[in-house]
Every structure is written in structure tokens, then in C-alpha cells.
Design a protein around this ligand. Sequence first.
Ligand SMILES: *Cc1c(COP(=O)(O)O)cnc(C)c1O
Length: 416
Amino acid sequence: MVSMSGSRTCYFDNNATTPVAPEVVDAMLPFLTERWGNPSSAYRFGSEVGAHLDAAREKVAALIGAEPREVVFTSCGTESNNAAWASALHVTSKRHIVTTAVEHSANTSHAEVLRKRGFDVTLLPVGSDGTLDLQSLEQALRPDTALVSVMWANNETGVLFPVAEVAALCRSKGVLCHTDAVQVPGKLPIDVRALGVDMLSLSGHKLNAPKGIGLLYIKRRTRFQPFVVGGHQEKGRRAGTENVPYIVGFGRAAELALSHLAEENTRVRALRDRVETTLLESVPHTTLNGAREPRLPNTTNLAFDFIEAEAVLMLLDRAGICASSGSACTTGSLDPSHVLSAMGLSPMRARGSLRFSLGRYNTDADVDHLLAHLPGIISRLRAISPLNPQHPDNDRYDVAAARARHEQGMAQAPGD
Ligand SMILES: *Cc1c(COP(=O)(O)O)cnc(C)c1O
């Protein structure tokens, strides 16, 4: 990939966002130029655009095994999640939501807001490998539980939750079940019928469509209260004139995601495994964060002890390499990743953790470039790190005090 400045860019941050596929741009362009009619208009200049909206809805429905009328287009994954939660609380007098401690900030922030408004939210814990314990979910369910919302794949670690089992449990208790599946399409097959959830969120920009388009699957016969009210678009479930170019792009991206599924699980998985295995073997004091399986095929999250991930990212950036610490959505916060903290990592280990998320456009040469730079960057930083027990100044330096200062938190990381 070539950056705007013309230099080489090796992009390993596909869980934060993905490049728009050229095929998607081609599909969108006519709807940004000559075909700008309003799909709700009665004349053909509008209704012909409406036909392309229908075709896109069929394509995204096919990606998840839904019926087209079960798909509601939204502005993003965050809106889809917010709308699912708001509706679940609207259609009942129940005031309790169960979710997990490691959700995307779209949900953890919503949980905070709901608590302040007097709702009750249970955040389920995860194990040290980032997995969810179904028993803790069962124990959390109450007669006044309106919704269980559990992400399918974690954006930071790639660890998968047993959403089908969660949905089955919810069904047996008569509780609505929503899943944030934003990280899943193109990486795992999705069949909403087999999964058994009532609602599911996706976002375009995580599957090579543009930012600013998402969808909420709402199983037929699920009671739903719109979050955005106004006109009758999306069968009254999401008002506002449809974002036709982006919806058309999302449809094309859905087709591509389906056709790239096998490649993601072979070629991309092999690239991810090469990054992971090489770093674990060649860089001492390195550990994998989260369970090895079941996990997304494109994601690895590694802890490098005695260093700050932010410093590594700055040096990687100079070599034209994009990666991430934690999630791009929490940039500017001073806390270590809430996901890694919930897994029980010490603040030091969490702050030394980096995520590499690969995608369709990564090549062997990208991985070569990363592996040529990263081990050297880490040993250079460790050589000057007061956290390093092998630091030459160790006898003069109060390591315990430095570590305590460090643990209290001085540096910070970005977020998805
Ligand atoms: C990126 C992401 C979101 C947010 O999607 P937007 O379209 O950026 O609002 C939600 N959940 C997960 C797991 C994500 O990775």
C-alpha cells in the first residue's frame, strides 16, 4: 500500500478500519454522480435508485443469512448497537441489561449512561484468556432482564464468544438477545438463523465499505422501537433519507466479504500466524493475550514486557507500519485497555500490548517488513527502559519505584 506522502504503508490495523475496496468505489460512484434521486420518490428517476437499494439489502441479507426485510440500514455499528439496546428497553418495563466487561465502547459507554438514568447493567467478567463463562451469564439473568448483549468477536484480542449458546439460553428464559458482530463478516460465516439471536449489528468500514454505514438485523416478529424517528424509511425502523451510495457500497462489500471468506481463513490466517509465531519465538518476555482458539483468523494481540506500546507504535510509524494498542475509540484515555484489564493483565503488561489485525490486502512482503523492524525496536526500547530488570543502570535505579510509578499510569494508548 502507498501512503499519501508516497512512502510505503504496511497496514496492520484492520480491526480499527479497512481500506475501501476498489470494487466498492466503482459500485458507489454512479450514485454520487448521475443517479442522485431520492429512492422514496414516485417518478422513475427516484424509484430506479430504490431498486438498487433493494438489491443492496438482498446482498447484505445474504451475507448474514437473513431475509432482506430483517435488515435495517443505520449510520454505523455504534448506532446499530445503541438502537438495539434502546429498543429492548423501550418495548418492556424491564430495566436490567446484561452485557460483558469487554464490549466495544459503543456498548460500555451506553451502559454507563443507562446506569446514570437508573437502569441496572450487569457487566459479565471474562477469564484470563478473554473467554466468557456461560454459567456467570445464567446466574446474571433475572426476571427483570430486558436484554442480553454479548459481542461475537472481540476487536482487541479476536477471541470469540459462544453467541449461539448465549442466544439459546436467552430464548429459554424469554430474554431478548443482541450481538455486536462488527468484527465477524468476511472472517467467519454468519447465519443468523443458526445463531438464534434477535438482533445483530454490523458496520461497513470493518469490511472494506466506507465509514458511516452500518446495519441492524432485527429478526422478524421482534418488537422494535426506532431510535431515529421521522419519515417512514426502513419500514419505519430508522428514519432519514437513505444513504444510497454507501448502502450500495455496503452491498458490494458484502458480496466481496462472502467471496473472500476462504482466503481470510487460509492466506490471511497464515500471515497472522507467521507474525505471531515469529514474535513469540524471537522476542523474549512476549506473551499472547487471549485464547488461541476460538479466535478471529486475522487478529493477534501480544504483550511485550518492560516497554510502552505507545513508544513502539511511534517507532513503527516511522517505518511506515500501522498497528494499535487497545482500541482506536479510546484514544486519549489514560487507562490501559479495558479489555486487557478485564482479563486480569497487570497495568504494565496491558500497556506493553500491541494488536496486529490483518486483512485482504496484506502481503508476505508486509509481514517481512514488520518482522524486520519490530524485534529491533523492542530491544532498543527495552535497553533504555527503567522497567527492564536487565537495564544496565538497574543497581542505581529504583526499579520497584519506577514500576510503581509506571503502574499508576503515565502513558496512554489509542482505540475501534
Ligand atoms: C468498530 C466497532 C464498532 C463501531 O462501529 P462504527 O461503525 O465505527 O460505529 C462496534 N463494535 C465493534 C466490535 C467494533 O470493532
